[in-house]
Write a protein that binds this ligand. Structure first.
Ligand SMILES: [Zn+2]
Length: 529
């Protein structure tokens, strides 16, 4: 399918499909939820140009698909993206329809019927039942509908657990490259929520450790502890490799920037300064490496890799380690440049250029080349990301319309590992509100602009995972959910008073594929009356 047809297909999804089918009608998104780049040709933004269909398309996009693109994977990811977005976009029009019915005689029945048909879940009965007294609490319905939609998606993803074979193949590839564990820390920014599935194309089960921190400032001490656990398991169980296999733990840190609006849409935690963001992530990687070398004898060492993501178009920048594993901010491969240089080539020529780029880059900066395993890993990541660059060209005109924040909700706690999509959630990783207060405040600030300004509440999904092998772990985790919820509500009393903060709680066992368990607000009375 050519680029233009593909784009039309995505944009038309559902407009022609009857309501009630698996792919439901996709109503026009409310303007403020997805701020759109001006689309009229006369207003093409800098770096964009009109195509024959009259759309503004990034000048970086080639007229045809890249020779190394994985078309099937791109198609599958595009279908998933449009399906997820449609489910969120259905919420506002459905609630508007329900709101219009609130004074009719059989209101509750008709409202539930509409909700089940169009949103695939039932609404809070207590909220509907109270409508006759005053007016329907639309804020509460909206907040809980966003959270319900997300819970349904997470539940479906956990139940499917497909791609096991793909994940196992990737783990084997990592081990061949000399890495028995791949650990990725990225910024909490919602624009990186699709990092594993879309930007790097790594199966989630192959990357056991994946956490986000504001500004990529990951916790070095916690990471040392995780490294110790991984190594202990190798010594005790020989999993995933034996202690003398010569493999290492690989830590990848991911920062981000915006090529079209570098001073405003980069990493907020570093004042939208690319170099600062990259340096901060590099400093953490070096601190982690030094901690392992100083803390453990017998030549213990870890491998590290620094990657930058342009959140406008998902193109990555890989900082090439030298033979000793050291990296610099300047010695990096710009994958967008590689994409452009190879887009018009035949497949074998594109492959040849890809295979040469790591050594060429090291040479250009007068540095030694990394060891073979690291080189192979970088080549794989670059190749995977070439598909994503093509994906953004095919489905998003080469630059996302929402180059800034357009998250649907705030995710607090352990995050939802199963659902990966750009701008789906702003993530705050916190064990207590005190230590996560800064992240939470940034999230509330973003949603004040996105939601509160339009009278919509801020949906907050509080989610923690528990260890089902440990007695009492679930109960303690549920208690923590409630504690964090109470602390968040205490921090933003005005929002709570105006019904502009809607928190949902859930827990989930750690083992892959476990179901999501929703927690009622209050043990004794699930409706909170
Ligand atoms: Zn950031």
């Amino acid at each position: 399918m050519d680029t233009r047809k593909r784009r039309e297909r995505l944009h038309n999804t559902g407009h022609t499909a009857p309501v009630g089918m698996a792919m439901r009608a996709r109503p026009a998104a409310p303007a403020a939820v997805m701020p759109s780049w001006p689309q009229r040709v006369s207003y093409c933004a800098p770096g964009m140009q009109p195509n024959p269909a009259g759309e503004c398309v990034s000048t970086l996009c080639a007229p045809r698909a890249h020779p190394l693109v994985n078309r099937m994977q791109n198609q599958r990811l595009a279908d998933y993206e449009s399906r997820v977005q449609a489910r969120f976009d259905d919420i506002v029009p459905t609630l508007k329809q329900i709101s219009a019915l609130q004074h009719e005689a059989d209101f509750e029945t008709r409202a539930q019927q509409l909700a089940r048909e169009r949103l695939s879940f039932a609404l809070d009965e207590a909220v509907l039942a109270d409508a006759w007294i005053t007016v329907l609490d639309m804020r509460k319905l909206y907040g809980s509908s966003v959270l319900n939609t997300f819970h349904a998606l997470a539940q479906e993803a956990a139940a499917q657990q497909d791609g096991q074979a793909e994940a196992e193949a990737m783990v084997r590839f990592f081990i061949e490259c000399g890495f028995h564990e791949v650990d990725v820390s990225a910024c909490a920014d919602g624009r990186l929520k699709g990092l594993l599935h879309y930007i790097l194309r790594l199966p989630q089960q192959a990357v056991r450790r994946h956490k986000s921190y504001a500004g990529t400032l990951f916790d070095v001490e916690l990471n040392v502890k995780q490294w110790t656990e991984t190594e202990l398991r190798r010594f005790r169980e020989g999993v995933p490799t034996l202690p003398d296999a010569g493999t290492r733990y690989l830590k990848i840190a991911v920062y981000h920037f915006s090529s079209s609006d570098p001073l405003h849409e980069g990493c907020a935690a570093h004042g939208s300064d690319d170099r600062k963001a990259a340096q901060a992530a590099l400093d953490r990687l070096q601190a982690f490496g030094t901690a392992i070398e100083n803390g453990f004898c017998c030549g213990a060492s870890v491998a590290t890799l620094l990657i930058g993501v342009d959140t406008d178009n998902d193109a990555i920048r890989v900082h090439v380690p030298d033979a000793q594993g050291d990296m610099s901010l300047d010695c990096c491969i710009d994958n967008m440049a590689l994409h452009q240089a190879t887009a018009e080539c035949g497949e074998s020529e594109a492959r040849r250029q890809l295979d040469a780029i790591v050594e060429e880059t090291a040479r250009r900066f007068g540095r030694s080349a990394p060891e073979t395993g690291m080189r192979r890993l970088i080549e794989r990541l670059l190749a995977n990301n070439l598909s994503q660059i093509d994906y953004v060209c095919e489905n998003h005109q080469g630059r996302y319309a929402d180059i800034g924040h357009a998250e649907r909700f705030i995710s607090i706690g352990d995050g939802f590992e199963e659902v990966h999509l750009r701008n789906l959630a702003y993530f705050g990783h916190m064990h207590t509100v005190e230590e996560g207060a800064a992240d939470m405040d940034v999230g509330i600030k973003i949603f004040t602009r996105l939601n509160v300004a339009r009278g919509l509440p801020v949906p907050v999904a509080i989610h923690y995972r528990y260890d089902d092998q440990v007695p009492g772990s679930k109960e303690r985790t549920v208690a923590r959910c409630r504690r964090v919820k109470a602390a968040i509500e205490a921090r933003y009393p005005e929002l709570v008073r105006d019904g502009l903060l809607v928190c949902g709680m859930s827990v989930q066992a750690k083992s892959p594929g476990s179901a999501l368990e929703t927690i009622a607000e209050n043990d004794s009375n699930p409706h909170g009356h």
